[in-house]
Design a protein around this ligand. Structure first.
Ligand SMILES: Nc1ncnc2c1ncn2[C@@H]1O[C@H](COP(=O)(O)OP(=O)(O)O)[C@@H](O)[C@H]1O
Ligand SMILES: [Mg+2]
Length: 242
């Protein structure tokens, strides 16, 4: 199994943000992780990427038990993620931010720079390479988050609302970018509120509600599932044309 999470629980005091979630990911697929705000999606990503330790459960990635591995270990094993709130080095240039990712596998500055340049080109950021990260707008920041993750040369990429806050035109470009990432052979799990993004990108959708997986399957069937619709009651299920 490529990625296998079993019985993941993450408790904060007596509250379980993730409450016994399972997830299997097969190499090469794009999985859409959906669910209302507060369902536990980001906390689950934190567990998968080693940014927090699960209270219970096991995570295996590429036949290795990574349940208690650090974020650096995960990155080295080939798992990269973006954060819902981008964590850029504000005073550094776009290129240098991407080089931070590239240094994971390349000690030599010249080699790291070559990787960073390729990733900047791939993500359409070359023209902004020398711009300080702090002066980027939302689309640039979202792209930089993805670029930095790609620079670690991952096999699995976890995208946490990497398209949030974009205009429909920018979303179309971002969808295109995600497709090209998949074409590079990178497996993707994407958390996204915009259903059209999930419907057009994901081969499989997994629905979180109150820390549990309540449905999964073909995205179209899942979005129309009455249990899923009711989990979203009182929440905003975003449907925009892209
Ligand atoms: N560090 C934390 N301490 C306490 N509660 C948290 C913490 N992180 C997240 N939560 C809570 O866990 C629940 C799930 O949050 P989150 O994983 O961010 O959901 P989602 O990403 O699906 O919107 C929310 O109720 C949130 O307030
Ligand atoms: Mg979240």
């Amino acid at each position: 199994m490529f990625l296998e999470a079993r019985g993941i629980i993450k408790a904060f005091g007596s509250f379980r943000a993730v409450d016994g979630a399972d997830l299997d990911v097969t190499e090469g697929e794009i999985v859409g992780l959906i669910g209302p705000n507060g369902a536990g999606k980001s906390t689950f990503f934190n567990c998968l990427a080693g940014d927090t330790q699960p209270t219970a459960g096991t995570i295996r990635f590429l036949d290795r038990d990574v349940t208690n591995a650090t974020p650096e270990d995960h990155a080295r094993f080939g798992l990269a993620r973006t954060f819902q709130v981008p964590v850029t080095f504000e005073d550094m240039s776009v290129a240098d931010n991407v080089m931070v990712g590239a240094f994971l596998r390349h000690r030599a500055r010249a080699a790291a720079r070559r990787v960073a340049e390729e990733v900047l080109d791939f993500t359409g950021l070359s023209a902004l390479a020398d711009t300080p990260a702090r002066s980027l707008g939302t689309p640039g920041r979202k792209r930089l988050e993805i670029a930095r993750a790609l620079a670690t040369e991952p096999r699995l990429l976890l995208l946490d609302e990497a398209l949030a806050g974009l205009t429909p035109a920018e979303i179309r470009l971002a969808i295109e970018l995600v497709r090209r990432i998949k074409a590079r052979g990178i497996t993707i799990v994407i958390v996204e509120h915009i259903m059209e993004v999930i419907l057009s990108l994901a081969e499989r959708a997994v629905v979180f509600h109150q820390g549990k997986v309540i449905a999964q399957g073909a995205p179209r069937a899942v979005v129309d599932d009455p249990a899923v619709v009711s989990a979203y009651l009182g929440h905003h299920m975003k449907r925009v044309r892209v």
